[in-house]
Ligand binder design. Structure first.
Ligand SMILES: [Zn+2]
Ligand SMILES: [Zn+2]
Ligand SMILES: [Zn+2]
Length: 153
C-alpha cells in the first residue's frame, strides 16, 4: 500500500491497523488541515468532515457501498484520483468518490424535504381533524332544510 499522504510504501498490516496513518497525520497535520472541505459530508467512521484529496497518491476505493458507480456487486473498484473525485478522512482510511458524496448530499436534502413535508402533512391532518366537526354541524342543518322542503310540499 502506498500512503496517499506521504507517498511512502506501507505494509498492508500497518496500513489496515491505522498505525501508519495516525503517525503520518501527526507528521503532516499542516498539509491535512489545508485540504479543502467542499461538501458537508462526513466520515462514516469518525463523523469528521471529508476533505477533497489533491491529485496525489495511488488509486483509491470508494467506501460508498452498493450505490457507488465504481462498485461491482458491492465491492469497490480502484478509482484513479483525478484531483476532484476523492473525498477522504485520512485518519480512518475512509474515502468517497464524487458521485457518492453527491448522492449523500442529495439524500440529506431529500430527508430534510421529507421532514418539512411531514410538518406540512401534520398541519393538514390538523385541518382534517377539524373537518368532521364541521360536517357534524352542517349535517343536521341540511337534514332540517330537507324536512322543511318536504313540509312545504
Ligand atoms: Zn503516510
Ligand atoms: Zn474518519
Ligand atoms: Zn463511490
Amino acid at each position: 500500500m502506498q500512503c496517499h499522504l506521504c507517498l511512502v510504501k506501507v505494509g498492508r498490516g500497518k496500513w489496515e491497523s491505522g498505525i501508519h496513518r495516525r503517525k503520518c497525520a501527526d507528521n503532516n497535520l499542516g498539509v491535512l488541515q489545508r485540504l479543502p472541505i467542499p461538501f458537508d459530508v462526513t466520515c462514516s467512521i469518525c463523523h469528521g468532515m471529508l476533505r477533497q484529496w489533491p491529485r496525489r497518491g495511488p488509486a483509491f476505493r470508494c467506501g460508498g457501498g452498493r450505490g457507488c458507480p465504481a462498485a461491482m456487486g458491492g465491492r469497490p473498484l480502484p478509482l484513479d484520483n483525478n484531483g476532484a473525485n476523492r473525498f477522504s478522512c485520512f485518519e480512518c482510511g475512509f474515502d468517497l468518490c464524487r458521485s457518492c458524496v453527491q448522492r449523500r448530499m442529495r439524500r440529506r436534502a431529500e430527508a430534510a424535504a421529507v421532514k418539512e413535508g411531514q410538518g406540512m402533512a401534520r398541519g393538514r391532518r390538523g385541518q382534517a381533524n377539524r373537518d368532521p366537526d364541521l360536517l357534524q354541524v352542517r349535517e343536521p342543518s341540511i337534514r332540517r332544510l330537507k324536512l322543511e322542503y318536504s313540509d312545504v310540499r
